[in-house]
Design a protein. Structure first.
Length: 146
């Protein structure tokens, strides 16, 4: 636990788990439990807006697109960390990549807190904390200098 690689691997694992959990929404169709919810789900998927240039999308379509982006960002983050660690890149490169991830996932965490619900808030917070600890550990041990 004194090596930054431990913390970054843990962050990558949580990112992959988050991406996998989030992808479940592509296979589960929500069902309304009352008339209002059923009407809402019907409108989300049935009412299509004219988005110009021949595109007609529903709010459900837009949510699916955004949901796929979140899933892919988490999968990209996890796979990239594992790739860079496996390639034994210099600690300076890992520091820079981790700084970028901290900015992205830090902003995502704030966004999740403001606009979403508990599971994405918790998982994004865990990713951010693991990345932060990993970033603080980079360069502290001579063994970490690859």
């Amino acid at each position: 636990m004194k090596s930054y690689t431990f913390w970054l691997k843990a962050a990558a694992v949580v990112q992959l788990i988050t991406g996998a959990i989030h992808s479940v929404s592509f296979f589960v169709e929500p069902e309304g439990t009352n008339d209002t919810e059923r009407q809402l789900f019907s409108l989300l998927d049935g009412y299509k807006f004219d988005m110009g240039a021949g595109f007609h999308r529903s709010f459900g379509d837009l949510l699916t697109g955004l949901s796929m982006c979140m899933t892919l960002i988490y999968l990209l983050g996890g796979v990239l960390i594992f790739y860079l660690l496996r390639s034994r890149v210099d600690a300076a490169v890992m520091r820079g990549v981790t700084n970028i991830f901290l900015a992205i996932f830090g902003f995502a965490f704030v966004w999740m807190v403001v606009f979403t619900f508990l599971p994405p808030i918790v998982l994004t917070g865990i990713v951010f904390v693991l990345l932060l600890v990993g970033r603080l550990m980079i360069g502290r041990s001579p063994a970490d200098a690859v």
